[in-house]
Write a new protein. Sequence first.
Length: 202
Amino acid sequence: MPSADILDKGKVYGELDGTVRASDPSATFTPRVVIGVGHGVEVGLNFDGLGAPDVGSLEISPTVKWKIWNDVNAGWYFYVGDDLFFPVTMRMFDVGNYGYASLAKSWKHGTRVGFGGYDFTHGVVARGNRAGGQFTFEQTIGKRVTLAAEWYSGKSSVGYVSPGAVWRLTSKLCLYTAYQIGNSGVSRGNHQFLWEFGYNFN
């Protein structure tokens, strides 16, 4: 889920995300790169849906995120973003879209919460259009560990609550781990392990 953090101008961040499910031998992978362009804006490119042993439903997804309002003293942020989806394999639609807007509040003791809304167009995460809420929680534990959780409401391919943690392995490399529990179908195997490696290039 997009966070309230925005890269400074000229900064470059790369990430590799993956999921694995106990009830299914297949796995998914999502490489992505993000660049800060200044004025509270960052742009990126995701390659969604790569899989093993099958390729899966590959989509190329340019992204943009903009922190419109930032009250540093009070710890409030308001940001919006948009992802486009251009399917390459297993095409269910021609062009898709994910738009969102969120508020975030941080406190000096290391807690940050976020709450906002989203809209996915037809075919991106479900057969029809999906809209709902997106929520985040973060709590720093020392300099290297942050407890974190996020939740997309609704019934769709992103409809999970995901408790986990962020591990700062080095000054540039982070590991994100979480267990995703589906909003529905948990007894039928709709839960999975999520991992992400993130690297700041400069």
